[in-house]
Design a protein around this ligand. Sequence first.
Ligand code: HEC
Length: 200
Amino acid sequence: MLKTITFSATFLFLAFLTVQCTNTESKPKDDPTVQNPSELPKTEADDIKRGEYLVQILGCNDCHSPKVMTEKGPVPDPNRMLSGHPADEQLAPIADKGILKGYALFNMSLTAAVGPWGTNFAANLTPDDTGLGNWTLEQFGKALREGKWKGMDGNRMLNPPMPWQNYVNMSDDDLSAIFAYLKSIPPVKNVVPAPVPPAS
Ligand code: HEC
């Protein structure tokens, strides 16, 4: 009887060891014994990396980051990345308002745009309370794919030039990767001004 118990216990222990050794989840990506790293489960770090890539190729920085001038031209200000139109930036006055009937004007950083729709300011996408700090993934999806301000039903639609129509078919995976990345960047306190309706 004792023998049987010892045998069963040894067998269970060996089975446990086998499961542990074949459990791919516990293998890091740089483990040379992993044949195909892309088949490993996604980690949060993978999401953040992919989110960063997507934000770059989708051009979110174009409008959402103040710029600094470099030898290569304007680039996103690394200290205020994705923090939206700076609250303290005064827009240059427009001498001939009539021009707005046929044109859209941008400030130098592209964070503010004036057109027939009024003046709109790119939002703070950093994880500060003045940005996406309190946002849920669900809200983010409603803003990006349905164009709802603050990602809430019943709110106004997002104004131009936020190109949310381009993102209506964004996959859940891409959406959550972008959100994970935005939640991982340094928070920047910046209360973006409210839109100004067109002058009548
Ligand atoms: C061409 C300029 C432009 C680009 C490119 C752009 N945005 Fe925007 N975005 C804006 C502007 C302007 C607003 C504010 C619109 C408003 O107030 O109605 C905005 C608003 C938003 C909002 C809503 C914020 C809120 O408080 O409701 C989110 C979220 C957002 N953008 C995320 C993104 C992401 C992510 C990308 C890249 C995938 C992106 N935007 C690309 C200009 C842009």
